[in-house]
Design a protein around this ligand. Structure first.
Ligand code: ATP
Ligand code: MG
Length: 800
C-alpha cells in the first residue's frame, strides 16, 4: 500500500495508452497481430483471454501471460480480454482459488469488465459438439483400459495400432456416449476418442481422448456431470464460443496446436481462433509450477501460498512488491519464442526502482545498540523535521522525529576497533546522526561477563543541529537512529531468496525440494525499534528504511500493537556481490541510483566493501592501459584499474568512449553495469557492442533517457542486443524533454490550478513541488524532473 504521503501516480491506475508511442510492435506476437489487422484476418478484431485453471494461486509466470493478454487487448481499439476459468477437471479445482485468482488479476491492474467466463458453463454445449463429432464419424467410444490405450499408442519411432473398438458404428457410439453421461459406467470403463490417425508423427494426434468418466463433485456444476471434457477438446471450443481471435499460450502447448485446429475444423467452426505459443517465464532461484509450489505449502516448507518468499502474486503482494513493478518487469523481459531462465536481479531491479519513486524514507534500527548523549539534557525531547523524500525533487512531505538523550543506533554501526575505511562510529570518532546532530564517541560500557559493548557514550555538538556543521567540519559517516523513549518495538522479517541455487528445477524434479532451499530465506528480528511516525499508517504501507532496504508493514497482522515489517528487497544487490566477489574486482561502486543523490553522505557501506582488496594488477599491459586512462582520460584510479584489467573489456570501453565522448561516465557503466551483467563470462559473448554502450551513455548525458530508464534499456541490450535509442523508444523510456511536449501539459496544469498559482506567487514556493509532481505524473514519470522543474519555474515566473 502506498504511504498516504506518497506522491505520483497510484499503481492501481494504469497509464493511458498513448497509441502513437506504440510502434513498432515490440515482440513477435504483437507483430503477428498487427499483420492480421492489416490483412483484415479476424475482421480487424483483437480478442484474447487469460485461461487459468482454478487449482492453485497465480504466480509471476501467470503475470507474464496476464500482462501479455490484457496488455494486447488494451493496445487495440475495441480489443477485449476475457478472464476464463479453465475448470474442466473436477478433482483439484476449488472456488477459493477462483476467487483468489480474480483478486490477483485485479490487483495487477487489469479488468475483464463483464467478461468473466467458466469453461464449466459450456459443458452442455461441449457435450453437443461431442455428439456432433460422433454423428459425423469423427469420434468413437473406446473401451480399452488406460494401460492398453497407452500401449496401443505406439512410440515416437513406431506407429500406434487401432483399438478394436475403433470401428464401432455411429449408433453404437452415440448410445454408449449417452449412457456414459447418464452415469451407467464406472470411472475408466470407456472414453470418447477423436478418430484421427494412429500413425501420426505428432503423438497427440493418435486418436486423442476427448471425454472421460469421472464420478467426481465439481465445485460449480456439483454432481450434474460424471463425464468431463479433456483440455484439448474444451479449450479450443471455449475460445471459439467466446469469439477469441488470438489464443496465446505457453510453449508446452505447441504440439497441441494440431489438435486445436483439428477439432475446430472437424466441427466446421467459423470464424476460428488461432493459437500462438510464447516462451514460459522461468525465474532464477525459484520454481514456477503450481505443482511444486503446492508441495512447498503442503510440506510446510513455507507458511502458505502468500508466504512473502513465494513467487505467487499473493506472496509478492505481501512482500511489498507493487503491481507496477511486476508489470514493468513483464514489459522488460518481453515475449520470446524460446524458453529461458530470467535473471532474478531484473525483477529485483524493477521492484527497487518502483519503490524508490514512492516509498517514504523512515528510520528503523534493526539490531539496536544503546547510545547515550552525555551532554544532552536529561528528560528533554525535541522534535526534528525529517523529509520523507530527502533526495527527490518533486515529492514533498516530512514528519517530526523525536530526539532525546538516549537513542538506539544499529549495532553494526559501531566498532570498538574499526577496520580500515570503517567510517561509522568508533571511540573518538565523530559522525552525523541523520537530520539531527554530530556526535562524538567518548566512552563505551561493556557487559563484564561477555565483553560485549552494551552502550556507547557520546557528546553532541548543539551547533550542528539539522546535520550540518556551521564551521564546515565534515564527517564521513551518517547513521540512522531512533529515540529510546519514543521508538516502537517492531518485529522485522528479513526475507531472502527462497532457493539457494539459481536453477532449482533439477533438484526439485529429483524430489530434493528441501535441499534446494536457502536456509537463510527468512531471518526474524524481534527486537527492532522504529520511529513512532509509522504508528498512524495502515497495514500494508511501504517504506524505505534508511540504509536498510524497502519494507512493508505486514497487512495480515491483526493485533493493533504488533508492528511487523516484511523486507521487500534490499537497497542494493548484496547477493550477486557475494556470488561474484571472487571473480570480480572489488572497487568502490558509486551508490546505485535508487539510493538517491544524498545517500553519499549516508555512511560508507560500499566503501567498506573495497577495503583490503587491491584492484591493481600485475599484468604490465593492463597496468599501462590503466595509467593511460588515468592520465589521458581522467578516470579515477580504481575505475581505470577495473576497466583496463582485461583487454576485451578495455576495447569495449574504448569503443564506447569514442561514441559517447565521456570516459568517466562510460567507465562508470562498465564498472557498475556491464561487469555485473556479464558476471565473469567473456565480454565478447555479450550481445551488445562498445559502440552501443557508448550510444546509451550519450542518451543519458543528453537527457534523452533518464538514468533509471537507461538501466532498463541496458538490461534489454544485455539480453537481446540492439540499438539503445530504439529500445528506449520501444519501452517508452525516452523522456519527453523537448519543451514541445511538456509545454501543453504545464499550461493545462497551471490553468486548472489557478488558486495554487496565486498561492505560489504569494510566496508559497513549496508548491513548486506540487506542480512538478503533477507534470511528472502526466508524463507517466518519463519526463526528466530537472527539466520539468526548470520549465515549471519559468512558467510560474512568466505569468507573474
Ligand atoms: P503451472 O505449470 O504452474 O501449473 P499452468 O500452465 O498449469 O501452470 P494454468 O492455470 O493452466 O497454469 O495457466 C494459465 C495460463 O498461464 C496458461 O495460458 C499458461 O500458458 C500461462 N502460464 C502458466 N505459467 C506460465 C509461465 N511460467 N510463464 C508464462 N505463462 C504461463
Ligand atoms: Mg495448465
Amino acid at each position: 500500500m502506498r504511504h498516504p504521503k506518497a506522491a505520483g501516480p497510484t499503481h492501481e491506475t494504469l497509464p493511458v495508452e498513448g497509441g502513437a508511442r506504440r510502434s513498432p510492435p515490440s515482440d513477435f506476437i504483437r507483430a503477428l497481430i498487427a499483420e492480421d489487422n492489416a490483412t483484415g484476418k479476424h475482421g480487424g478484431r483483437v480478442a484474447t483471454r487469460f485461461p487459468p485453471e482454478p487449482n492453485g494461486y497465480l504466480h509471476i509466470g501467470h503475470a507474464k501471460a496476464i500482462c501479455l493478454n490484457f496488455g494486447i487487448a488494451r493496445e487495440h481499439d475495441g480489443g477485449t480480454c476475457n478472464l476464463r476459468f479453465d475448470d474442466t477437471n473436477p478433482s483439484s479445482e476449488d472456488i477459493k482459488y477462483a476467487e483468489a485468482i480474480q483478486q490477483d488479476v485485479r490487483w495487477l491492474g487489469f479488468d475483464w469488465e463483464d467478461r468473466l467466463y467458466f469453461a464449466s458453463d459450456y459443458f452442455e454445449r461441449l457435450y453437443e459438439y461431442a455428439e456432433q463429432l460422433i454423428r459425423e464419424g469423427k469420434a468413437y467410444v473406446d473401451s480399452l483400459s488406460e494401460t492398453e490405450i497407452r500401449e496401443y499408442r505406439g512410440t515416437v519411432t513406431e506407429p500406434g495400432k487401432a483399438s478394436p473398438y475403433r470401428s464401432r458404428t455411429v449408433e453404437e457410439n452415440l448410445d454408449l456416449f449417452r449412457r456414459m453421461r447418464a452415469g451407467e459406467f464406472e470411472d475408466g470403463a470407456h472414453v470418447l476418442r477423436a478418430k484421427i490417425d494412429m500413425s501420426a508423427a505428432n503423438m497427440l494426434m493418435r486418436d486423442p481422448l476427448l471425454y472421460r468418466i469421472r464420478h467426481a463433485h465439481h465445485y460449480r456444476t456439483g454432481d450434474h456431470w460424471c463425464i468431463y471434457p479433456m483440455y484439448d477438446f474444451a479449450h479450443c471450443l471455449s475460445d471459439a464460443i467466446e469469439g477469441i481471435t488470438h489464443s496465446l499460450c505457453s510453449l508446452e502447448f505447441k504440439d497441441n496446436r494440431d489438435l486445436y485446429d483439428w477439432v475446430l475444423e472437424a466441427l466446421h467452426v467459423d470464424p476460428r481462433p488461432e493459437q500462438t505459443e510464447f516462451a514460459r517465464l522461468n525465474l532464477e532461484y525459484t520454481v514456477l509450477s503450481k505443482r511444486h509450489l503446492r508441495k512447498l505449502v503442503d510440506e510446510g516448507l513455507v507458511e502458505g501460498w502468500d508466504d512473502p518468499r513465494m513467487p505467487t502474486i499473493a506472496g509478492l503482494r505481501r512482500r511489498g512488491v507493487t503491481p507496477s513493478a511486476i508489470r514493468r518487469f513483464c514489459d522488460l523481459i518481453g515475449v520470446a519464442r524460446v524458453d529461458s531462465r530470467v535473471d532474478i536481479e531484473k525483477l529485483e531491479y524493477c521492484i527497487r526502482d518502483d519503490l524508490n519513486q514512492q516509498a517514504p524514507r523512515v528510520m528503523c534500527v534493526l539490531r539496536p545498540l544503546r547510545l547515550v548523549i552525555v551532554n544532552y539534557p536529561e528528560g528533554q525531547t525535541e522534535m526534528l523535521d525529517a523529509p520523507y523524500y530527502p533526495h527527490d525533487v518533486p515529492k514533498e512531505g516530512s514528519r517530526q522525529v523525536p530526539f532525546s538523550r538516549e537513542l538506539y543506533i544499529e549495532r553494526d554501526d559501531f566498532r570498538e576497533d574499526p577496520p580500515r575505511k570503517f567510517f561509522r562510529l568508533s571511540p573518538g570518532r565523530e559522525v552525523r546522526l541523520r537530520y539531527a546532530y554530530y556526535v562524538t564517541c567518548v566512552d563505551v560500557v561493556k557487559d563484564p561477563a561477555t565483553g560485549e559493548v552494551t552502550e556507547v557514550h557520546c557528546t553532541y555538538d548543539p551547533a550542528t543541529k539539522g546535520g550540518d556543521s556551521p564551521d564546515g567540519r565534515k564527517v564521513k559517516g551518517t547513521l540512522h537512529w531512533v529515540s529510546r523513549n519514543a521508538a516502537l518495538p517492531a518485529t522485522v522479517r528479513l526475507y531472502d531468496r527462497l532457493f539457494g541455487v539459481a536453477n532449482p528445477d533439477e533438484l526439485v524434479q529429483a524430489g530434493e525440494l528441501a535441499k534446494a532451499l536457502n536456509p537463510q530465506s527468512l531471518v526474524t528480528l524481534t527486537d527492532s525499534m522504529i520511529e513512532p511516525s509509522v504508528a498512524a499508517d495502515p497495514p500494508g504501507t511501504q517504506y524505505q528504511f534508511e540504509r536498510q532496504g524497502y519494507f512493508v508493514s505486514d497487512a495480515t497482522e491483526s493485533s493493533p500493537s504488533a508492528v511487523v515489517f516484511n523486507r521487500t528487497v534490499e537497497l542494493r544487490d548484496t547477493w550477486s556481490k557475494q556470488q561474484t566477489d571472487d571473480r570480480q574486482p572489488k572497487v568502490r561502486r558509486p551508490q546505485r541510483a535508487e539510493q538517491g543523490a544524498k545517500s553519499a553522505n549516508l555512511g560508507d557501506r560500499t566503501a567498506e566493501g573495497s577495503s583490503g582488496v587491491s584492484s591493481k594488477t600485475s599484468d604490465p599491459a593492463a597496468a599501462g592501459r590503466a595509467q593511460r586512462y588515468v592520465a589521458e582520460l581522467g578516470l579515477p584510479e580504481a575505475d581505470a584499474a577495473v576497466v583496463a584489467r582485461e583487454e576485451a573489456v578495455a576495447s569495449l570501453f574504448e569503443a564506447a568512449v569514442s561514441v559517447s565522448g565521456n570516459p568517466r561516465h562510460v567507465a562508470n557503466w562498465v564498472v557498475n553495469d556491464v561487469l555485473r551483467e556479464t558476471k565473469g563470462r567473456p565480454i565478447g559473448e555479450a550481445p551488445f557492442t562498445g559502440a552501443e554502450l557508448g550510444a546509451l551513455v550519450k542518451l543519458v548525458d543528453q537527457g534523452s533517457v533518464s538514468r533509471n530508464g537507461a538501466k532498463l534499456v541496458f538490461a534489454e541490450m544485455a539480453r537481446m542486443g540492439g540499438d539503445p535509442a530504439s529500445i528506449a523508444e520501444r519501452l517508452g523510456l525516452d523522456t519527453p524533454t523537448d519543451t514541445g511536449s511538456l509545454e501543453p501539459i504545464i499550461d493545462k496544469l497551471l490553468a486548472e490550478n489557478q488558486d495554487k498559482v496565486a498561492a505560489f506567487r504569494e510566496g508559497r514556493t513549496g508548491l513548486l513541488g506540487f506542480f512538478v509532481g503533477q507534470v511528472m505524473k502526466a508524463s507517466e514519470g518519463k519526463a526528466d524532473p530537472k527539466v520539468v522543474k526548470e520549465r515549471v519555474g519559468a512558467k510560474l515566473a512568466d505569468t507573474r
